[in-house]
Design a protein around this ligand. Structure first.
Ligand code: XIL
Length: 369
């Protein structure tokens, strides 16, 4: 057979599988640098769309539940815990040999009202709230002891200007609620890693406040392993510089960094943050890519992904995990945030579960470094 014919046959066999060949996945390419994870929803865990479940198993080596471990879902009433979904997520990760992390123990959003009030509807005393936190954390962390590598212990305790968020936890217990949460989590599973997680960590005042918190916790002998930067990004913010500055600051504070909820919205946005209670009215101008994303815009998005990914690689001595918030564009929460009913394209796989072209470039980049 002529060499040309042989190469043509080889090309026919190999080309369509080039991405899946040689375990050419992001998780493989980033091995030894950081974990590469994804947030999973229950349809995926339950195998409603097997293609999605397979993709999660194949492409990622870490998972986190997108919703089912949040206080409201896992602990809807004082003496009622809903374990079914969380149990399934943990088992799914174990079956696929993935690292499972927990999101999140203490958060002012997606938490049931009972947590803060007594039978007459009045705010509980600091002692009662502290005891409820203890029970909540002991019960959840205790159940998955040894199976969950680390926990987002406290989520979003700061405002962007670096002041403490005026949440019920803060109003009732003061800033010590954070310390208590970390202490309880450590008591419940001394081997679990413990994380503080927030959005807009790149904002200087907020980053400063988080770095201070890390130092205070460490000075008090309280375990904290990493700061989770949600990294819900947009086309122009945060800048690469601001992101790098935040990495330097956190590194200097003596913690690891996790990119916990990475996505980059391609849409125009009236708000750059991830406070889930923010909501703006829909207008067609704010939803310009219903049919397709113009090439120039797609190129800009690709560059942004590569710039940020390059930075994660550059700091892989401190960046322990990069987790994408959603498997594909169709399931991304950004289709409904901060405006409901739009069509966004913020993650690495498209609506047909195909890797975007940028994925191969990321793989090449990771392998080179
Ligand atoms: C989001 C989920 O993706 C949505 O499905 C849900 O409706 C709201 O919460 N910061 C966080 C995540 O820490 O838990 C949020 O997840 C996104 C912002």
């Amino acid at each position: 057979m002529k060499i040309k014919t042989i190469s043509a046959i080889i090309a026919i066999i190999i080309l369509p599988n080039i991405h899946t060949m040689a375990q050419n996945t992001l998780a493989d390419a980033t091995k030894g640098k950081f974990l590469f994870g994804v947030a999973v929803n229950m349809q995926q865990v339950n195998g409603v769309n097997p293609k999605e479940s397979e993709l999660i198993a194949k492409e990622f080596n870490a998972i986190v539940a997108e919703n089912c471990m949040k206080p409201q879902l896992i602990h809807p009433e004082e003496n009622r815990y809903e374990w079914a979904d969380a149990d399934k997520v943990v088992a799914f990760g174990e079956k696929n040999k993935q690292v499972v992390t927990g999101h999140c123990l203490i958060w002012h959003s997606q938490i049931a009202k009972w947590f803060f009030v007594d039978d007459s509807g009045k705010d509980v005393t600091p002692e009662v709230l502290k005891e409820r936190m203890r029970q909540h954390i002991y019960t959840i962390v205790g159940r998955y002891k040894g199976r969950i590598k680390g926990w987002d212990v406290v989520n979003e305790a700061f405002e962007d200007n670096g002041t403490y968020r005026n949440s019920k936890f803060y109003r009732i217990l003061g800033k010590d609620f954070i310390k208590y949460a970390f202490q309880f989590a450590h008591e419940a599973d001394p081997d679990a890693e413990l994380y503080y997680n927030d959005y807009n960590v790149e904002t200087p005042a907020k980053c400063e406040a988080i770095a201070e918190l890390v130092k205070e916790l460490k000075a008090a002998g309280v375990r904290i392993d990493a700061v989770g930067s949600q990294a819900h990004m947009q086309m122009d913010s945060p800048t690469l510089d601001a992101t790098e500055t935040s990495f330097k600051k956190l590194k200097a504070a003596g913690v690891k960094i996790l990119i916990t909820e990475w996505d980059i919205s391609i849409l125009p946005n009236p708000y750059s943050g991830a406070n889930i209670s923010v909501n703006f009215k829909y207008s067609p101008e704010m939803d310009p890519y219903r049919v397709a994303v113009p090439d120039s815009v797609q190129q800009k998005w690709n560059k942004r992904v590569l710039d940020m990914f390059g930075l994660f690689l550059k700091y892989s001595d401190v960046v322990d995990r990069v987790t994408v918030w959603g498997l594909n564009d169709a399931v991304s929460w950004l289709n409904n945030f901060p405006i409901r009913g739009r069509k966004d394209y913020p993650v690495l796989f498209d609506r047909n579960n195909q890797p975007k072209s940028v994925v191969d470039e990321m793989i090449k980049m990771a392998k080179k470094i």
